[in-house]
Design a protein around this ligand. Structure first.
Ligand code: PMP
Length: 351
């Protein structure tokens, strides 16, 4: 740290993303990307948009909002495109939390929530999971907090039902409830339709997983236009051109091709379930993930060792050192061939 850093940020503990190694090619099952490339229409749209990179992009991302609104069944004023959904989470903490309004979230969840709380000096109430790693939605009723829940949750892959989410939203009418739907397209129920009924609900989406655009950085906030206006005010006070021209074009083309991506999500879900069956047959215990990753442990081998042995064999998975989940590894669902390689490597390791 230099002597110049503001005292406000002297004790930052930044988020540590999953490894993105460049020194050799791994079978990359560590950051929940899609194994499938973007559709040809997306590639063409990006190429076309790149021809006018001398000009600023549309800071209101109007066409992208219109395309998203059509797919999600809401008004364009109910959508805010962002530079990856991490950005909308940051905007939400800035817009809806402060020294008096803390955040409540599950104790085991996406690691960015505590980082954002600390960044903005917001208190965090971390609610333990049940022993089976599920979230008890009753713990989040009538809180005097901004509630932040990933549904499905990460890294467990387990989801709350839509009626449980609605109960949380209804019982917290004086506060904002953020439902992070990064993984919803792989098998959970979306709360997007509820944004038309409840003005305190913000649903966040990412195109990093379901829509093969992790490298383009695109996410959305979907909420009542009042909440979206609050978030847009923060956006325009930090980075008005937050979604670049190529990503806006990619997003529009991807939304116009939504069926293609939903079919990819179904393929990933089928591969997930086949891999889960193979792993259970080898003695692994897994959560009933409805996401694009598996969360697995084996009684014969600690999570960290499993991670290291797979890495030696050219397969990257994610291990978290948090004691309550240190036995586990999180395995992104890749292509059927990648998962076959994973299963073979695991067989070798266990032998
Ligand atoms: N929410 C959850 C639960 C995630 O796992 C991730 C991916 N790391 C994100 C949000 C952020 O995704 P992105 O910024 O790529 O849209």
């Amino acid at each position: 740290m230099s002597v110049f850093r503001s005292s406000r940020f002297s004790r930052l503990e930044p988020y540590v993303p999953g490894e993105q190694p460049r020194e050799r090619t791994y079978i990359k099952l560590n950051t929940n990307e899609s194994p499938y490339p973007p559709s040809p229409a997306v590639l063409q749209a990006v190429r076309r948009a790149s021809e006018t990179l001398n000009l600023y992009c549309d800071p209101t991302a109007l066409r992208l909002r219109q395309a998203a609104a059509r797919v999600y069944g809401v008004e364009p004023e109910a959508v805010l495109p962002v530079n990856g959904s991490d950005e909308i989470l940051n905007f939400a903490v800035m817009a809806f939390c402060d020294g008096r309004i803390p955040i409540a979230c599950p104790e085991i969840t996406y690691g960015f929530y505590p980082v954002l709380a600390a960044l903005h000096g917001v208190k965090l109430r971390q609610v333990p999971l049940r022993a089976d790693l599920t979230v008890d939605h009753r713990d989040f009723l009538s809180q005097n907090c901004t509630v932040m829940i990933a549904n499905p949750n990460a890294p467990t892959g387990l989801a709350l039902s839509l009626s449980e989410i609605e109960e949380i939203v209804r019982s917290n009418e004086k506060n904002v409830v953020v439902i992070d739907e990064a993984y919803v397209d792989f098998g959970a129920e979306s709360a997007v339709a509820l944004t038309k009924k409840y003005r305190n609900l913000l649903v966040t989406r990412t195109f990093s997983k379901s829509h093969s655009l992790a490298g383009a950085r695109l996410g959305f906030g979907i909420a009542d236009p009042g909440l979206i206006a609050d978030l847009a005010a923060v956006k325009d006070s930090t980075n008005p051109y937050n979604v670049n021209a190529m990503t806006q074009a990619a997003g529009i083309a991807a939304l116009e091709d939504n069926g293609f991506y939903m079919e990819n999500c179904r393929r990933v879900a089928a591969t997930r379930d086949e891999t889960a069956t193979a792993l259970r047959a080898m003695g692994f215990e897994l959560t009933a993930s409805v996401s694009n990753f598996l969360f697995a442990r084996h009684p014969a081998i600690p999570g960290e060792e499993l991670y290291a042995k797979l890495r030696e064999r050219g397969i990257l998975v994610r291990h978290f050192s948090t004691p309550s989940i240190a036995d586990y590894v999180r395995i992104t669902v890749g292509s059927p061939r990648e998962m076959q390689a994973l299963v073979e490597a695991l067989r070798e390791i266990l032998a």
